[in-house]
Design a protein around this ligand. Structure first.
Ligand code: GDP
Ligand code: IMO
Ligand code: MG
Length: 422
């Protein structure tokens, strides 16, 4: 069996958590391959809402194992809180959750470094979630990091102290003492708590499972435009959020990748700093934010809102090898008479229909096509044969432009508000 991948095609928060939860019954294993507690994946079912940060979104389904892969970075404190919240809902996490020994640990000092780095950047700050993601991946690639497997080593405390000492050296005069003394004890307590969760060689586990015919879904975090290589650098996260990240973040060979399900909103959002060509800094953007409840699931920040951007989406489909699309939150546009679709950009009087290098300082004018709105409530829709024609036209137009079929249409946040399309 091959591994299917489900990931975001925009700047994150496309609704990955919801769709992973919906499709989990088709899979035996759900595995996160990158990112960490900067992610916030929302699941809503049976009137209950749950936000997951590190745990894969298959955790609420029985008969499914959830693996935190080697490419993920783990903050024990956040993970402990997540596990406790899920256990309180009666889920047996101790048998359904497995953690890669090779996943790197976010130390309290990584979070302090994140904060110090953002403060030093001033107006040019990334708008990081301040979860310690960047500094942890820096230590990983700098070959200084500590991994989950190290927690089982007798000299773990020595390794920890050595890394903290290095961080203290970097922090210099920065006032870190009070934060560190407030957070360190909880960090070690959380690690102790996590010793109840099985640590595995996840690359072996996943490859063995594939060989024995088990179905695996790799769950992405963030989105393609936040990818460290292909996103709007430097306003990105510090990992490969694209399909290739599955290979390095889980130990899956490229020829073992099956379907790649790319998720996008019927419009577009971004949280944090950085370029966003189709951003709506007006009443329309405010309306999308209010109707779509576009506030960060991890930080609560307002998400910036704008129209759908086809050049950026085409780029994302290309980089990921997207084979199927899932369109989210179309219901948010239910009351819009006209919907705009950015078909290309105008840069220095020239027409550009791809995503150019470093759009941060470019003077980009998005060029739009007007699409007639459907002006009907989609939230009760369960079969596309009952859908308004304008909505069907919107779907057909987008899939023709992107040259990838839209196989899932989401019309509300609940598990049930999902339409599978052949
Ligand atoms: P993720 O990070 O990609 O998992 O997405 P988030 O959970 O951060 O953000 C998606 C938000 O949209 C959450 O609040 C979801 O409950 C909500 N949502 C998901 N799908 C739909 C949909 O089709 N319609 C509406 N109105 N909300 C949705
Ligand atoms: P999910 O998985 C949306 C953004 C931050 C910031 C930039 C870098 O829920 O889609 P970092 O904390 O990684 O240093 O932040 O990336 N960002 C996200 N935006 N959804 C996410 O995850 C995000 N994770 C990070 O806002 O702009
Ligand atoms: Mg999110």
């Amino acid at each position: 069996m091959k591994v299917d991948v489900l990931l975001g095609l925009q700047w994150g928060d496309e609704g990955k958590g919801k769709i992973v939860d919906v499709v989990t019954p088709e899979y035996d294993i759900i595995a996160r391959f990158q990112g960490g507690p900067n992610a916030g994946h929302t699941l809503i079912f049976e009137g209950q809402k749950q936000v997951l940060h590190t745990i894969p979104s298959g955790i609420f389904r029985t008969n499914c194992k959830n693996v935190i892969g080697n490419g993920v970075v783990i903050d024990p404190v956040t993970l402990k809180a997540e596990i406790e919240a899920i256990q309180a809902k009666g889920v047996d996490v101790s048998t359904n959750l497995l953690i890669s020994k090779k996943a790197h640990l976010i130390l309290p000092t990584h979070k302090i470094l994140d904060k110090a780095s953002e403060e030093a950047k001033g107006k040019k700050k990334i708008g990081s979630t301040l979860k310690g993601i960047g500094p942890t991946y820096m230590d990983k690639t700098g070959r200084n990091g500590i991994r989950m497997g190290d927690t089982q080593s007798p000299n773990f405390k020595e390794k920890y102290n050595a890394l903290v000492e290095k961080h203290v050296g970097i922090l210099g005069d920065y006032d870190y003492q009070s934060i560190l003394s407030e957070t360190e004890e909880a960090w070690f307590d959380a690690l102790k708590f996590l010793s109840n969760i099985e640590l595995i060689d996840s690359e072996q586990y996943i490859n063995n499972a594939m060989q024995s015919g088990k179905k695996v879904l790799a769950e992405g975090a963030q989105g393609t435009l936040l990818d460290i290589d292909f996103g709007t650098y430097p306003y990105v996260t510090s990992s490969n959020t694209v399909t290739a990240g599955t290979c390095t973040g889980l130990g899956v060979a490229p020829n073992k990748i099956g379907d790649v399900i790319g998720i996008f909103k019927a419009y577009c959002t971004r949280v944090g700093s950085g370029p966003f060509p189709t951003e709506l800094d007006d009443e329309v953007g405010e309306n999308i934010r209010k109707i779509g409840h576009e506030y960060g699931a991890t930080t609560g920040r307002d998400r910036r809102c704008g129209w759908i951007d086809l050049p950026a989406l085409k780029y994302a489909c290309m980089i990921n090898g997207t084979t199927k699309l899932s369109m989210m939150k179309a219901d948010v546009l239910d009351t819009f008479g006209t919907i705009k679709v950015c078909t290309h950009y105008e840069i220095n009087g020239e027409r550009v229909d791809y995503l150019p290098y470093d759009i941060t300082d470019l003077d980009i004018t998005p060029v739009y096509k007007d699409v007639k709105g459907w002006n009907k409530d989609l939230t009760q829709l369960r079969d596309l044969k009952d859908a308004p024609q304008e909505f069907l036209d919107y779907i057909t137009y987008l899939e023709t432009e992107l040259n990838v079929p839209i196989t899932i249409v989401s019309v509300g946040p609940d598990r049930e508000q999902t339409i599978m399309r052949n």
